[in-house]
Design a protein around this ligand. Structure first.
Ligand SMILES: Nc1nc2c(c(=O)[nH]1)N[C@@H](CN(C=O)c1ccc(C(=O)N[C@@H](CCC(=O)O)C(=O)O)cc1)CN2
Length: 285
């Protein structure tokens, strides 16, 4: 068997088309959506992602003020930039590009953000909203995965979804999202992690297996139930080289699978803009 591929590009395009319509409607009533970005240090990959986001912002007609702090900036410098954007009414969304230099505290920076401007959906208030089912910005990669499954009409409701990985940015919020009572979710979700000695006992049961461990090549064909849908969401980088969690050979066992490059990744950026346009709509209602 060779699995059907599930590229993220068409999913992202459809989300961004909706964002473009909503941004046009905002501008028609005099509101230009504003997405601010913050980069600390000289990480080449992060600078590249910021450029992608700024280009996308320009294409969608967003303002995108940017602050680049030097690698030796202090926590106070970072907090000053964040509180400045919090107070700026022309800025509806703010993101601090991850990673930041090791001497800085990312969680503290996140907590300094106005939760209503948190376009990454990672502020504890927004995680809490997700946990209790209140509306709010959703973490981008989990939201991208839900959108990808819906786009390819892969039924999720009532099915056995196993997530390998319990990280705060991916596995944990994704479990909350896919267990919610909505037509594109409503699954029987299990979260397992690599600290569980026999984690493959769980992954082999999955009708939909989502690899979110960040361990290159950890999911091999023998860990996959034949005919399962496999979503590769966890990645590591060696420099700029992408090292996915899912071994290529899983294509021979799965019925459908995300490509190793161009799978979940592109949906993450689209969801960022969906959160940003929603923040602008909320702030100017
Ligand atoms: N504040 C944030 N920081 C970071 C995030 C984030 O969502 N918010 N995510 C990553 C970086 N990132 C966006 O910022 C990002 C990374 C990768 C991709 C992507 O589409 N990757 C492609 C592969 C491209 C390649 O070959 O390298 C893919 O997965 O197919 C999009 C966004 C960390 N920081």
């Amino acid at each position: 068997m060779s699995a059907r591929l599930l590229p993220g590009g068409p999913v992202a395009a459809s989300v961004l088309a909706d964002v473009a319509r909503r941004a046009d409607a905002l501008r028609a009533r005099g509101v230009r959506p504003g997405l601010a970005t913050v980069l600390v240090g000289d990480d080449e990959a992060s600078a590249g992602y910021i450029r992608i986001k700024q280009k996308q912002a320009a294409d969608l007609g967003f303002d995108s003020p940017h602050r680049h702090l030097p690698a030796d900036a202090g926590q106070d410098d970072l907090l000053e930039v964040i509180t400045g954007f919090n107070a700026d009414e022309s800025v509806h969304g703010v993101l601090v590009q991850y990673p930041i230099p090791g001497h800085l505290d990312y969680d503290a920076a996140l907590q300094a953000l106005d939760p209503d401007k948190d376009v990454d959906g990672m502020h504890p208030v927004n995680m809490g909203r997700l946990a209790v089912g209140l509306p709010g910005p959703l973490p981008c990669t989990p939201a991208g995965i839900e959108a990808l499954l819906a786009h390819y009409e892969i039924p999720v409701a009532g099915r056995e979804v196993v997530i390998l990985g319990r990280g705060a940015t991916l596995g944990r919020p994704l479990a909350m999202l896919l267990a919610q009572k909505r037509p594109t979710a409503n699954a029987a979700v299990t979260v397992v992690h690599t600290g569980v000695g026999d984690w493959e006992r769980y992954t082999r049961r999955a009708e939909i297996l989502i690899a979110a461990a960040g361990v290159p090549g950890i999911v091999r064909p023998e860990h996959v139930r034949p005919g399962a849908v496999v979503i590769g969401a966890g990645v590591r980088y060696a420099g700029r080289r992408l090292l996915p969690d899912v071994d290529e050979a899983c294509e021979q066992v799965a019925s459908a699978i995300t490509p190793r490059v161009g799978g979940v990744g592109p949906t993450t950026v689209a969801m960022l803009f969906r959160n940003a346009v929603a923040a602008a709509e909320r702030a100017t209602r």
